[in-house]
Every structure is written in C-alpha cells, then in structure tokens.
Design a protein. Structure first.
Length: 368
C-alpha cells in the first residue's frame, strides 16, 4: 500500500507531519510532543526509530519528557508486569525499576515514591524466579523494608502479604533448609502479632499454606524428617485458631482457595512419607481426608492428591468409588466432577461428602 503525506493533530497539543500507512505514522515524518519537543526521521508502525525515547518509559523520564512522566501507580504496574512475565531476568528488571523510583523520590519527586506494594511485588518477582539464591534475595528486600520502616517511614511497613511472599519464595526455592527457614519467618510473625495485636502482620491461612508448601516440596533428603514435623505442626496451629479454619486450599496445591489446605498436606504425605511405609501414609491420609470431608472442602483436586498418596484399594475404601485411574494415576472423575456425591462410612456413621470446585458450592455440610 502506498504512503500518504498528511498532518495529524491531537487534543493534548501533539502533532505529526509526514507519511502514513494503514492510518498509522509510517515512513518519513516529524512528531511534536505536547511539551514542544520535536523528533523527526523514519517512523515504523507509529514509532519513530530515531526517537531517543522510542516508547521507553525510563528513557523518557531521564530526558524529562513531560508526556512520559509516570507516578508510583504506573511504576508499580510495570514492576507487576515483570513479576508476572516469567522472563528469566524479571526480578532483576523489577529491582532496577524500583531502585530508579527510589532515586527519583530521593531527588525530590514525591510522586514516584516506592510503597509497600512496590516492595511486595518485587518480592513476588523473586519468589517466582528459578534463579539460585532468589529466596535469600526476597528476604533481603524484606530487610530493606523493615529498616526503612524502623527509620520512621510508615509507607514501608511490611505486612502479612510481604511475609507470606517471602515464605513462598523459600517454598519454591527447593534449597536446603527451606522448610525450616519458612517456619522461622512464620513463628516470628506469630510472635510479633501476639506482642502487638497489629492486624497488618497477622498470619493467615495463606501464610500457613505457604509454610506447608515449603515442606511438601522439600528436595533435600536430610530435611525431609523436619519438614514433615513442621507441616503438621503448622496444621495444628491452623486448627487452634478460633477465627481460622483450614480450607481445601491447604489439602491441594491448585487454584481453588477452598481446597488448597488439604491438598498441600496430602502432598506432604505423598512426597515425604516413604512409599514402603504404607500404614503411616494411609493413616495420615485417612485422617486428613475425613477432616476435609467434615469441613465440606472435598473437590476433585483433593481426590487426585489422595489417590496419589494411597493405594487403589485404600482409595476405594476411603471414598467408596471404583478407583479407576488415568494413565498418569489420577482418579477418573468424569465431566460432572463438581456434582459428584461420595458415600462412605466413618466411625460407623454414614456420611455424604459433596464434591465442589470452589466457593460455597464446595462447602456443603456433611450429612450424618
């Protein structure tokens, strides 16, 4: 398609004179920013290839281009995008952006001051990283927050999400001592909350789940025994809380927050208890599954993890189903899994567990 010369203006004062293609600045032209700065040269699909900014936010900031000036929310959105990107360099890039925010703030630009969300998102980026030492780096960011808060800046106060994200970083690290370090952070949270009654740092079920997750995926052989004790110790803590109930979020590691508690603990049994110790695996799985049913938190993810923990015969005994599995040893639940009702006997009392995906549908009471 041929290139057409024309002039385009915008309400904010920007103007372009030059070639267009497909209604887009493309070819030779000149562009005036609202602040009067002019760039000219070769444009391609709306961007000037000779523009020193060329769409780069940070370059625009350094040049003082008015139209490129973001605020804290803008920076946080970019940090979050990097944290979610899956890019190998994501945490490093996120840290560079946060450091640049801090430089601008210290130079007097209060509109670009990092906040607790900035730091929490950076910690999350390190938690998602597969780079060795990422958990220690996440904890370093936490220490920076604590120091700035101790120095009097309340905008850097670590909160429950901060601590939970650091624990999550250790859970995903697979490093030696990860479960123990996760437990130490968790215990410090409990102690701090009990000492101050500050709701901002109160550990919740997601914090506990993160510790159990660190235990479930312990990779170091000598850590396995401690990890097993830590996981069930944390579960006892959950049960002891008057305003906190375990959810399906603890018994399976998947999206539904109503099934995760029980899935993680079944993962602990499946991964940490020796396969030859059938009695221990079955006893722990049985107790967890019965508690899960009693709370109304059973879903197909809990059943899948249960099936991976016990034998086919034990699975049938616990659920009353036929126990057929797929090639990857998962229970065949069929397309109507969310509506399945399982009949089984527990302590000689007939009970019915309604399997649901999430929310209130998965929390129907056990009928005795």
């Amino acid at each position: 398609m041929c290139l057409l010369d024309r002039i385009e203006t915008w309400p904010n004062g920007a103007r372009y004179e030059g070639e267009f293609q497909n209604d887009c600045m493309h070819g030779k032209g000149a562009y005036w920013y609202p602040d009067g700065r002019r760039v000219s040269g070769q444009f391609k699909e709306g961007r000037c290839e000779d523009d020193p900014c060329n769409g780069d936010l940070l370059t625009g900031i350094r040049l003082g281009v008015e139209t490129c000036q973001p605020d804290t929310i803008s920076f946080n959105a970019v940090i979050d995008a990097w944290a979610r990107s899956g890019d190998r360099m994501a945490p490093h890039r996120a840290e560079q952006i946060l450091d640049h925010m801090d430089e601008l703030y210290r130079a007097g630009d209060s509109g670009k001051k990092p906040d607790v969300y900035s730091y929490n998102t950076l910690i999350n980026a390190w938690a998602k990283s597969t780079e060795r030492g990422s958990a220690a780096r996440a904890e370093h960011v936490l220490r920076v927050m604590k120091q700035r808060y101790a120095d009097g800046d309340k905008d850097f106060k670590p909160n429950t999400r901060t601590m939970t994200s650091v624990i999550d970083a250790w859970a995903k690290s697979g490093e030696k001592g990860a479960a123990k370090r996760a437990e130490q952070i968790f215990k410090k949270m409990i102690a701090s909350y009990e000492a101050t009654a500050d709701p901002d740092i109160k550990p919740n079920v997601h914090t506990a789940n993160a510790v159990c997750n660190a235990c479930a995926f312990t990779k170091i052989e000598e850590d396995r025994s401690d990890a097993l004790k830590i996981a069930f110790g944390v579960f006892e803590w959950i049960l002891s809380q008057p305003d906190m109930e375990p959810d399906s979020y603890t018994y399976t590691i998947l999206l539904s927050p109503d099934s995760y508690t029980y899935t993680i603990l079944l993962s602990v049994c499946a991964n940490l208890l020796p396969r030859e110790n059938h009695q221990a695996r079955y006893q722990h799985a049985k107790e967890l599954f019965e508690q899960c049913c009693a709370g109304g938190y059973v879903n197909e993810f809990v059943l899948r993890k249960l099936r991976q923990t016990v034998s086919t015969e034990e699975y049938i005994a616990l659920t009353g189903t036929h126990g057929e599995t797929t090639t990857d040893n998962l229970p065949i639940l069929g397309p109507e899994a969310s509506d399945i009702s399982l009949e089984f006997n527990s302590t000689k009392v007939e009970k019915r567990a309604v399997v649901g995906h999430r929310g209130d549908e998965g929390k129907q009471s056990i009928l005795s």
